[in-house]
Structure formats: structure tokens, C-alpha cells
Design a protein around this ligand. Structure first.
Ligand SMILES: Nc1ncnc2c1ncn2[C@@H]1O[C@H](COP(=O)(O)OP(=O)(O)O)[C@@H](O)[C@H]1O
Ligand SMILES: CC(C)(COP(=O)(O)O)[C@@H](O)C(=O)NCCC(=O)O
Ligand SMILES: [K+]
Length: 256
């Protein structure tokens, strides 16, 4: 049984894959100093809570935070007796090699999204992922990641406003009732919500113009459904795209 681990800059997600479906998905904050023992205490408590009793034989990791990988390697070795596949390392092959400038290290989450989206939809694609950063990943016909866009994340933008302006409070992202806010919180929520609608629409439009072949747009990440509501930004929304991509890359390496 496969344990797939996706470490973003904000959250770390574990999911158990039985070859057909995910048995459970566990989420914790990303913290580079968390030890292998601490991961296991958290993991074993939750799998027991969900009544899952399986033997993990394989582990695959994608991490946008290089420092967490060491402790996750120890975790896999100590508790499951296995050497994990780590996306982006030379011994973890991708279904299609990225075509980017020489020397560029593409975020492993973006390579995983490309693999997952291509497996489900073919190409050409734009994957929009609302994580710590909002990323746009362009996936070619053959499944290769061929570039994209990195924009500040939604919550990061709100945090930056709060941090830089003394009179602006911490606010949560939500769909505002109107564009013209009549109080500070409503003005900030309108700025970030409508700003991101415009950003996603504008960037996808410009990518399409530059790429010059029809492209499907896939939305993923926790906030994708919020932005999709009634705005036809995406052809499809898939909340498990990164996890699916990890299973695709794992299977690719097993068969190869
Ligand atoms: N369903 C959700 N509703 C509101 N905020 C969310 C949701 N899912 C994620 N977030 C927020 O979006 C940001 C990015 O989260 P996440 O997708 O886990 O990022 P990363 O993969 O970069 O760690 C975080 O600030 C997180 O709290
Ligand atoms: C762009 C990212 C910060 C997004 O990370 P996330 O929001 O998933 O935490 C990550 O993919 C990254 O560190 N990329 C390296 C540079 C690149 O992809 O070109
Ligand atoms: K992510």
C-alpha cells in the first residue's frame, strides 16, 4: 500500500492509496523541525481513529520545502522500512521531462500536478493551483511541464496587506456580496476576491494567446471552488489532483 505525501509551504498532506482509491487524507501544518517520531505519533493516531489497518510498503514525497524531506525519509525508513521516492530527485523518473531553461528547478508540486492532470485529461492544459502561491502550470500534449506563472497566494496577499498597513485587520477570504465595499473588511475582501478573479481570467487568457492551441483549464487547491463559483474560470475542479499525480509518478517508476 502506498503512502503519498505532499508538503506545501503551508500544509502537509498524507494520503493512503490502495491502488484504486484513497483510504484517507490527513493534513497538518508544514514545519521543517517536525521529527520522524512526531510524524508517526500524529499519523498512527489518525489512521487508528479512522479504523484503517494497512501495511505501508511504499512512500512517495513531493515537497516544496527541501528541509522537511530529511525527517520524512527517516519516518519512511524507521516505521515502514522503505526508501521513499522523492519527486525531483534524479532516481524518481517523470512520465515526461519538463522543458524549461537549463538549471531551472521546477517546484515538485507543479511537476506532480502536470503528471496528474495529463493522466486524467491529456494535453494541452493549464493547471491553476491555489496554494501558498497561486501557480499556473502549462502542460503540453505529451504531458511535459513547459512553464507557467507564479503569483502571490490569496491568503498571502491578505496577510501582506494586514502586515504592511497599520489600519488593515486580518480578514478571511470570502465571496463578497458586492464589489463596492462599505467597510474596511468588505473593501479588502472585494479587493482580493475580484483581484484574483481578474488575475486568473487574465493570465489564462494571455497564456492561451501565447500558446496558440486550445487548452483546458483545471483548478485545484482548497480555494479553487470559492473562485469558481459562477465565474467559469475552470473547465474542471479537482481537489485531489496533486495526490493523484503522486500515484501516477509512483506507478510510472514501479513499471519502469
Ligand atoms: N478550503 C479552504 N478554505 C479556506 N482556505 C483554505 C482552504 N484550503 C486551503 N486554504 C488556505 O489556502 C492556503 C494554501 O493552503 P494549501 O493549499 O494547503 O497550500 P500549500 O500547498 O502551499 O501548503 C493556506 O493559507 C490555507 O489555510
Ligand atoms: C511556486 C511554489 C512556491 C508553490 O508552492 P506551494 O504554493 O505549493 O507551497 C513552489 O512550486 C516552488 O517553490 N517552486 C520553485 C520554483 C518553480 O517552480 O519554478
Ligand atoms: K500545493
Amino acid at each position: 500500500m502506498l503512502l503519498a505525501i505532499d508538503c506545501g509551504n503551508t500544509n502537509t498532506v498524507f494520503a493512503i492509496w490502495d491502488g484504486e482509491k484513497f483510504l484517507c487524507t490527513l493534513r497538518t501544518s508544514t514545519h521543517h523541525a517536525r521529527t520522524a517520531d512526531a510524524y508517526f505519533t500524529w499519523y498512527s493516531t489518525l489512521v487508528k481513529h479512522y479504523g484503517i489497518d494497512v501495511e505501508i510498503t511504499d512512500v512517495i514525497i513531493s515537497s516544496t520545502v527541501p528541509r522537511v524531506v530529511w525527517n520524512l525519509r527517516v519516518f519512511a525508513d524507521r516505521f515502514f522500512g522503505c526508501r521513499p521516492m522523492v519527486v525531483g530527485k534524479p532516481d524518481c523518473a517523470l512520465p515526461a521531462e519538463p522543458r524549461v531553461d537549463p538549471g531551472t528547478t521546477v517546484g515538485p508540486d507543479r511537476l506532480v500536478n502536470a503528471a496528474g492532470a495529463h493522466d486524467r485529461h491529456g494535453g494541452d492544459l493549464i493547471v491553476v493551483d491555489f496554494g501558498t502561491a497561486t501557480t499556473f502550470d502549462v502542460v503540453a500534449q505529451d504531458g511535459a511541464y513547459v512553464g507557467g506563472v507564479i503569483a502571490p497566494g490569496v491568503n498571502l496577499s491578505l496577510e501582506a496587506l494586514h502586515a504592511a498597513a497599520a489600519a488593515l485587520p486580518h480578514v478571511d477570504v470570502t465571496v463578497p456580496a458586492k464589489v463596492i465595499g462599505t467597510n474596511t473588511v468588505a473593501c479588502m475582501q472585494s479587493g482580493v476576491f475580484w483581484g484574483y478573479i481578474g488575475l486568473v481570467r487574465g493570465i489564462c487568457g494571455q497564456i492561451r494567446d501565447e500558446y496558440a492551441s486550445p487548452m483546458k483549464v483545471i483548478g485545484t487547491g482548497g480555494l479553487a471552488p470559492l473562485f469558481a463559483q459562477g465565474h467559469r474560470l475552470f473547465d474542471v475542479i479537482e481537489d485531489d489532483l496533486t495526490m493523484h499525480g503522486l500515484t501516477v509518478i509512483h506507478a510510472h517508476n514501479k513499471k519502469g
